[in-house]
Design a protein around this ligand. Structure first.
Ligand code: NTF
Length: 825
C-alpha cells in the first residue's frame, strides 16, 4: 500500500477507526439502538449505512462529472435485475472488506453473521435478470457511464419452500425491513397514461397532428441504487420505478366526494409495480404485465429526454448522448414510446423521430423457445395503448414497403416479417418490433447468435445482415469468485503473486505455469474440501440431509424447465441406485447429487420434476445399502445468495440442456470459475467454455444442435429408445412402479408418459451417451491429481467469461462508447 493511498483511505473515512465510529453512530442515530440491545437486523442496517455513506461520495462525484462532461451514456432497459445481496460486494468494491472485518471484530461482532443477515432483492427470475445485474457491475468497473432502468417490484421472485417434496411459493416481502441501499427521489416522477383514445388537432403551423387522451394516469417515482465498480471511482446508477396514484387524480375524486373511490384508485395504480411475473410460463397474456412494461419504459424514456434537455439541449442529438440496450423484448415498447414523445410532445416530424429512434436502440435476444417469444393481442393494445398501436401500424406500413421493394412479389416474406401476426387473433410481435427499431441485434453466445440469424430472424438477417452480432455472456468475478469463494481467491492471489486478476480475469492464465505444482494441488483440494464442508453444514441445517464432503458433489442449479433436462440427471441417479442395489458399484465413486432451482408457479411439469427429485431423495437417503455411495439433496430457494454457497462447493457442473435450446447459460461460467468440471452438451456458451478450457478438461456428451434438429425433422421416436435400451426402460419403469411414491403408480405418469411418447427435448436420445459420459467422470475423479489439474486449468482459462469482457465488446462494437474514468474527488 503506497503512502498516498493510505492517506486516501483515512481521508475518505476508510480507516478502521472511522468505520467503528460511524457504525456505532448509525446504530444509534438510524436504528435507535446501542450495542447491547441491537438485534442482528439492527447490526446489519448499521453496517449497510456505514458502507453506503462511503459510496455516496463517489456516486455524487460521478454524477457531477457525467453531467458536465456530456458523456455518452448507456441506458440498460430491463424488466429484471436479480441483484443479490449488496453489502459484501460493496465492501469488496470499496476495497475495505478486511478493514470492516477487523473493525467488527474489535467491536465484538461476527462479521459473517452480519453479512448473512441481508435479504436479497430478487427482482428477476433467473439468467436474464442476473445478467443485467452482472452487466451493471461491469459497466461501473469498465468506467462506462450508464443508467440501469427497471421496475421496483414490491414482491420479487417468490421464496420457494419444499413441503412433502412439492414446491410451495411464499411471497417475497423483501422491503419489509427497509432497504438501506436505495434513495427515493420523490421529485423524479413522471406521469404514465393508459387507455382512452387518440384525437387529431391542428398545431400552431396549421399541420394536422394526432395526440393521445389517456383515460387514466399514474405516476412513476424513481428509487436510485448506486452500483459500484471494482478498483474505480466510477459509480453508476440503477433507477427503478415505483407506481403511484397521481395526486391530481386522487384530488379530483376527493372533490366529488368519492373518498373511497380515490383510495381504491390509489391501490389500483400501485398494483402496477407490485409483483414480478415468471418468465418461463408459456404466454400469459396478462394485462397487468403489459401495463408494467409500458410503465417502466415510459418513465425511463421521459427521464432520458429530461436529462438530455437539461444537459445537452436539442433532441436532434439524442442518439449521440444515449444508447439504449433492450434486455429482451420486455422493454421493446420503448421504441414506440420514444416515437410518441418525439412526435406528439416535442413536435418532431416522422423522419426526424424515426432517425433518432432507430439510432438509439439495440436489442439482445435471450431465447429461441417459441413459447417465450412475446406477442400481445391487438385488441388489448387498442384498449390500453391506442396511440402506440397507431404508431406501430405506421412503423409497420413503412417497414413492409421497404421489404416489398427489396423482395419483389414475396408476400409470404412480408407476412412473416410483419409487426402484426395475422390469421387468427391479430397480435403484435414484440421481437419483430425490437429488430425493426434497433441498429444492432445480438444473441448471447456464438451458437445462439448463429441460430438467431439462421432461424428466428432469418428474414431480417437477409434484409439487414450488418445489424446482427454476437456478444457472449459473462459474469462478474467480484461476486462469484471474490465474495463467494474467498479461500480460492486468496489461493489464486498467493499463487500469482498479485490480485490484478480480479479486474483482468484473463490473468488467471498465469495459474497455468503452476498446473503441475504438487503443493498447489494439495492447497487447491483443501480449498474445495472446505467449501464442501461449509455447504454440507448448511444443507444439514436447512434440509436435515447429511452430505459427505469426501464424495463427488454433482450439482445442477438453475430454473426448472424441461429443456434444461433435470429429468435426464434423475434418470442417471436412478441408474446409479439400481446398479448399487444390484451390487455393481465397482466403477462408481461416492456422489452427492445436489439440485437447486425454482419452477414457474404455473408450470406443472417443472414442478413435477422437483417432486420426483425429492421423492427419489427420500428413498435413496433412507436406504442404508446405498448410503455409502450416494445421497440426493434438493437445496430449497435457489437464489443469488444460495448460489454463492453452491458454486464453490461443486466438483461437477451439470449443463445438460438439449443442444440448441439454452441460449447461453451463465451458471456454467460461475461453476467453472470456481473449479468445477462441466458435464455438458454442445449448447449455448458450453461450446465456448469447452474451447477455452480445452476439450480434455470438459466432459462432453450428446447430440449436436444440428443432429437434434435433423432427428426431429425426420421423425423422432422416443419409444424406440425406451424399448431397445433395457436399462433406460427399467429406470422409467421403476418410477412408474410406485417405489418413489409410496405405491402411487400414477403420480409421475405425466412425466414418464411424456418422455416415452413425445420427449420434446430428446432426453431418451441422449440418455445412453450421458450415462457413458458420467462413467468417464467417475473414472477421472478416482485420480485426484488428474482431477485437480483439470479443475485448475478450468479456472486458469475461464477469463474470457468475465462480464467485463462482455461489456467491453458491447461498448466497442454495439454502443460505440468509450470509458470515462472518474478522478477521485
Ligand atoms: C436466458 N433467457 C437464457 O435462457 C439463458 O440461456 C441465458 O444465459 C440468459 O437468458 C442470459 O442471457 C431468459 O431468461 C428468457 F427470459 F429470455 F427466457
Amino acid at each position: 500500500m503506497s503512502s498516498s493511498s493510505t492517506h486516501e483511505r483515512t481521508r475518505t473515512g476508510m480507516s478502521k477507526t472511522a468505520l467503528k465510529q460511524d457504525f456505532l453512530d448509525n446504530l444509534f442515530y438510524i436504528q435507535g439502538r446501542f450495542r447491547e440491545v441491537a438485534t442482528p437486523h439492527d447490526l446489519y442496517m448499521a453496517a449497510a449505512f456505514t458502507t453506503r455513506d462511503r459510496l455516496l461520495k463517489r456516486w455524487v462525484n460521478s454524477a457531477q462529472v457525467f453531467k458536465t462532461s456530456h458523456a455518452r451514456t448507456v441506458c440498460y432497459l430491463s424488466a429484471e435485475y436479480l441483484l443479490g445481496p449488496h453489502l459484501a460486494c460493496n465492501l469488496v468494491n470499496l476495497g475495505i472488506t478486511d478493514t470492516a472485518r477487523q473493525a467488527g471484530a474489535e467491536l465484538g461482532l461476527n462479521f459473517d453473521a452480519i453479512v448473512e443477515e441481508e435479504e436479497e432483492p430478487g427482482l428477476g427470475n433467473g439468467g436474464l435478470g442476473r445478467l443485467a445485474a452482472c452487466f451493471m457491475e461491469s459497466l461501473s468497473t469498465c468506467q462506462v457511464p450508464a443508467i440501469g432502468y427497471g421496475i421496483r417490484y414490491e414482491f420479487g421472485i417468490f421464496d420457494q419452500a419444499i413441503e412433502d417434496g412439492w414446491q410451495v411459493e411464499k411471497t417475497d416481502n423483501w422491503l419489509r425491513n427497509g432497504n438501506p441501499w436505495e434513495i427515493p427521489r420523490p421529485k423524479i416522477c413522471f406521469p404514465v397514461g393508459y387507455g382512452g383514445h387518440t384525437e387529431s388537432y391542428r398545431d400552431e403551423h396549421g399541420q394536422m397532428r394526432l395526440r393521445w387522451q389517456p383515460a387514466f394516469m399514474i405516476n412513476g417515482m424513481a428509487y436510485d441504487t448506486p452500483i459500484l465498480g471494482y478498483g474505480t471511482e466510477n459509480v453508476n446508477l440503477l433507477r427503478l420505478w415505483k407506481a403511484e396514484a397521481s395526486e391530481s387524480f386522487n384530488f379530483q375524486a376527493f372533490n366529488t366526494g368519492d373518498y373511497y373511490g380515490a383510495v381504491y384508485s390509489k391501490i389500483e395504480a400501485e398494483t402496477i409495480s407490485k409483483v414480478l411475473y415468471p418468465n418461463d410460463e408459456p404466454e400469459i397474456g396478462k394485462e397487468l404485465r403489459l401495463k408494467q412494461q409500458y410503465f417502466f419504459v415510459s418513465c425511463s424514456m421521459q427521464d432520458m429526454i429530461r436529462l438530455h434537455l437539461n444537459t445537452v439541449g436539442p433532441l436532434e442529438s439524442f442518439a449521440e448522448k444515449f444508447v439504449v440496450q433492450l434486455n429482451d423484448t420486455h422493454p421493446a415498447l420503448a421504441v414506440v414510446e420514444l416515437m410518441r414523445l418525439l412526435l406528439d410532445d416535442h413536435g418532431l416530424n416522422w423522419e426526424q423521430a424515426w432517425d433518432i429512434t432507430r439510432h438509439t436502440f439495440c436489442y439482445t435476444n435471450h431465447t429461441l423457445l417459441p413459447e417465450a417469444l412475446e406477442t400481445w393481442s391487438v385488441a388489448l393494445f387498442e384498449r390500453l395503448l391506442p396511440r402506440h398501436l397507431d404508431l406501430i401500424y405506421e412503423i409497420n406500413r413503412r417497414f413492409l414497403d421497404e421489404v416489398r421493394m427489396r423482395f419483389l412479389g414475396d408476400e409470404a416474406r412480408v407476412w412473416r416479417m410483419s409487426l402484426i401476426a395475422e390469421g387468427g387473433e391479430r397480435r403484435v410481435r414484440m421481437a419483430n418490433l425490437a429488430v425493426v427499431g434497433s441498429q444492432a441485434v445480438n444473441g448471447v453466445a456464438e451458437l445462439h447468435s448463429a441460430l438467431v440469424k439462421a432461424t428466428l430472424f432469418k428474414d431480417f438477417a437477409e434484409l439487414w445482415p450488418e445489424r446482427f452480432h454476437n456478444v457472449t455472456n459473462g459474469v462478474t468475478p467480484r461476486r462469484f469468485m471474490v465474495v463467494a469463494n474467498p479461500r480460492l481467491s486468496r489461493l489464486i492471489t498467493q499463487t500469482c503473486g498479485h490480485d490484478a486478476w480480479i479486474r483482468d480475469l484473463e490473468r488467471l492464465r498465469e495459474l497455468e505455469t503452476h498446473q503441475d505444482d504438487a503443493g498447489l494441488h494439495a492447497d487447491w483440494r483443501a480449498v474445495k474440501l472446505a467449501a464442501k464442508q461449509d455447504l454440507a453444514t448448511w444443507m444439514q441445517q436447512a434440509t436435515g440431509i447429511h452430505l459427505d464432503p469426501a464424495s463427488l458433489f454433482d450439482v445442477q442449479a438453475k430454473r426448472f424447465h424441461e429443456y434444461k433436462r433435470q429429468h435426464l440427471n434423475i434418470l442417471h441417479i436412478i441408474r446409479c441406485y439400481q446398479r448399487i442395489k444390484q451390487g455393481e458399484s465397482q466403477n462408481l465413486v461416492p456422489r452427492a447429487f445436489i439440485f437447486g432451482g425454482k419452477a414457474a408457479p404455473g408450470y406443472f411439469m417443472a414442478k413435477l420434476m422437483i417432486k420426483l427429485i425429492n421423492a427419489v431423495a427420500e428413498v435413496v437417503n433412507n436406504d442404508p445399502q446405498v448410503n455409502g455411495w450416494m445421497r440426493v439433496a434438493f437445496l430449497p430457494n435457489f437464489n443469488v445468495k444460495n448460489g454463492q454457497r453452491l458454486y464453490p462447493a461443486a466438483d461437477l457442473s451439470e449443463q445438460i440442456s438439449l443442444a440448441g435450446k439454452e441460449a447461453s447459460g451463465t451458471g456454467n461460467m460461475k461453476f467453472s470459475m470456481n473449479g468445477a468440471l462441466t458435464i455438458g452438451t454442445l449448447d449455448g456458451a458450453n461450446v465456448e467454455i469447452r474451447e477455452a478450457v480445452g476439450a480434455e478438461n470438459f466432459f462432453l456428451f450428446g447430440l449436436t444442435a444440428e443432429a437434434a434438429l435433423q432427428q426431429q425433422l425426420t421423425g423422432y421416436r422416443p419409444w424406440e429408445y425406451y424399448q431397445s435400451d433395457i436399462e433406460l426402460k427399467s429406470d422409467i419403469d421403476l418410477i412408474n412402479s410406485g417405489l418413489f411414491s409410496h405405491g402411487d403408480t400414477q403420480l409421475f405418469r405425466p412425466l414418464t408418459d411424456n418422455l416415452v411418447n413425445h420427449d420434446p427435448f430428446m432426453v431418451l436420445a441422449d440418455y445412453r451417451a450421458y450415462l457413458e459420459c458420467q462413467q468417464t467422470v467417475s473414472a477421472a475423479y478416482q485420480d485426484p491429481e488428474r482431477w485437480t489439474r483439470m479443475s485448475l486449468l478450468n479456472v486458469a482459462r475461464i477469463g474470457r467469461f468475465s462480464s467485463d469482457r462482455a461489456i467491453r465488446e458491447y461498448a466497442e462494437h454495439i454502443w460505440k462508447v468509450t470509458p470515462n474514468p472518474i478522478e477521485a474527488a
